[in-house]
Design a protein around this ligand. Sequence first.
Ligand SMILES: *Cc1c(COP(=O)(O)O)cnc(C)c1O
Length: 404
Amino acid sequence: MSSPVRTTPTDLAAAAVAHPARAVVDLSAVRHNVGVLAQAAPTAQVMAVAKADAYGHGLLPVARAALAGGATWLGVAQLPEALELRAGLDAAAGPAGPRPRILTWIFAPGAPLGRALEADLDVSASAPWAVEEIAAAARATGRTARVHLKVDTGMGRGGARPEAFGDLLHAALRARSEGTVDVVGIWSHLACADEVDNPVTARQTAVFTAALDQAARAGVRPEVRHLAASSGTLFHPATHFDLVRPGIAVYGLTPAPDVAGSAALGLRPAMRLEARLTVVKPVPAGTPLSYGHTARTSTDTHVAVVPLGYGDGIPRAASNRGPITVAGRRLHVAGRVCMDQLVVDLGPEGADVREGDTAVLFGEGDDVPSADEWAEASGTINYEIVTRLGARVPRLHVDPEARP
Ligand SMILES: *Cc1c(COP(=O)(O)O)cnc(C)c1O
């Protein structure tokens, strides 16, 4: 699932020749961002959320960088991702290496939970059936499961609703009394934390606190209480509790572009998406471009072909809009985004651009577009721009600040 690690300049150059496009992921930015998040939540531990191949950045290299940056937990949504993560980390660390805590929270009835316990994963339960399956897996493997009980404080998605939390708690207490389950966490997820003034966050926090009190009265005092993702970590200190679970901010992207951009938050976007031009050619004024002829050149000009398309995860919705920097100039997609390619009108100054020159779709800094601009151009959020990037695009992991 995750992409191979390539970190040396030689590998990078070789990959750049073989592949016309690449996502360059700066691991020093990941470490930096985890440090920023740890400082924002000084009383909490940091769980770096690395689901969906680390939001498209490459699971294992990012996970290792997040740990090096100070994260003590890793979070992934689905069980297979968690198994892959544990196996990959173990292979890199060796038998005596550290084993960070890994939480996984999405599985359906009948999932191979015994494998989760053998991999020393923490698992979540939102309903009694999940606790019972976890307990059965614990009996079968002879292990004690570490369980995080999830309460739906207002997200309206996973978790036991407050009126059903007592049943979940009792299922966990039954399993605890037979020694199959240890309740190590109680947790929930915020729905509106990216809107800093939205009163829903305080209401969810109050419901969460009530659930913690209910658990305490039943004799459950978990090691970690956790509620905050990136927005909670950055904007709502009252949601920090013992552990914060940032995802998007680990990758240097703002969880709330309307509140603050990445740079204002001290975050460094880790991914740069770039491609080498495959075609550059002069065309006369009035030349229609790409499928459906939705664009037409207004002057005699040069056009360039960028070898990235919706087959690589470039949103077709960004046709005629998506921003691109070529040879230091800010341009945009001309005409429709195709499956493998898109066209850029280089304008009158484009005569000096050559095949093989690099086009940057997004990255860090003022001289290239941001993932936020791509989100804006596509009617979506920066999360989707990086996460949807296709498997065909190699992820090249670089570490400019690595100690020799
Ligand atoms: C994805 C996810 C996160 C991370 O969210 P960000 O907004 O990317 O920080 C945290 N917790 C849960 C349960 C999630 O599903």
